[in-house]
Design a protein around this ligand. Structure first.
Ligand SMILES: [Zn+2]
Length: 240
């Protein structure tokens, strides 16, 4: 009997230890110890286990990228800011789908890219301010984009929105107030809002995807304060 308790104690002790993750495969066991999607403090955090089987990747055959520069927290020197989303590489005009059901709150299908001089002057201004002002970010750099409000349906802890940007086009008839189902195609990948878009070429198409979590204490982005070596793993757990 005593041996059994000792064994359990050892298991519990090991379970509480910090384990380097990069070498481990994704299992439910890791999910218990890691898997934080963002962490602000002991009261404000979200763990992937709270979102199991909720979100789907925003396009078929997409994978969470390996490269840290494509994940949240990556520095974005050209616009004096930090990446708050995931860049999924995509060929031009690849169908993009809603990661979860919700109500459209932004759909700017007729947005046109500014010319490259204007685009660069916005980036110069961001450099002068030392960060990317929200208006430059939302109205210029995201390009044609769709924002879906999921209310509290993804988690009852936070009001959640997802953002799909740099689209080449948005599905006809999708306007603020439209209701979309999970997996419904909302638009097609492109490069609007990027320097390539401003140059009117077809280079650099990708989907920049974001998810934000709101509560009375503020707004939090996926990956906020999560160490880079856990980031990809934890994000993958979110999409299970
Ligand atoms: Zn991006």
């Amino acid at each position: 009997m005593k041996t059994k308790y000792l064994y359990m104690f050892i298991l519990l002790f090991l379970g509480g230890c910090a384990v380097p993750t990069s070498s481990l495969s994704v299992t439910d066991e890791i999910l218990d110890k890691e898997g934080y999607l963002f962490y602000q403090n002991e009261e404000v955090f979200l763990h992937a286990s709270e979102l199991k089987n909720k979100l789907i990747l925003p396009a078929e055959e997409y994978l969470v990228p390996d490269y840290l520069n494509l994940l949240p927290n990556a520095k974005r020197g050209y616009r004096s800011g930090y990446h708050m989303g995931i860049d999924f590489s995509a060929p031009l005009n690849y169908p993009i789908r809603a990661s979860y059901a919700g109500v459209i709150i932004r759909s700017n299908a007729y947005q046109q890219d500014v010319d490259i001089e204007t685009y660069n002057s916005f980036l110069d201004m961001a450099a002068q301010v030392g960060k990317t002002p929200d208006d430059i970010y939302n109205f210029i750099l995201l390009g044609r984009s769709v924002v879906i409000d999921h209310g509290y349906s993804i988690t009852d802890k936070y009001r959640t929105i997802t953002v799909y940007s740099h689209l080449s086009s948005i599905v006809d008839g999708l306007v603020p107030g439209s209701i979309v189902e999970q997996g419904e195609v909302i638009g097609f990948s492109g490069n609007t809002g990027t320097s390539s878009g401003a140059l009117k070429n077809e280079k650099g198409a990708h989907l920049h995807w974001e998810i934000f979590f709101d509560d009375a204490s503020g707004r939090y982005f996926l990956g906020q304060n999560i160490p880079s070596d856990l980031l990809k793993n934890n994000i993958e757990l979110m999409f299970r």
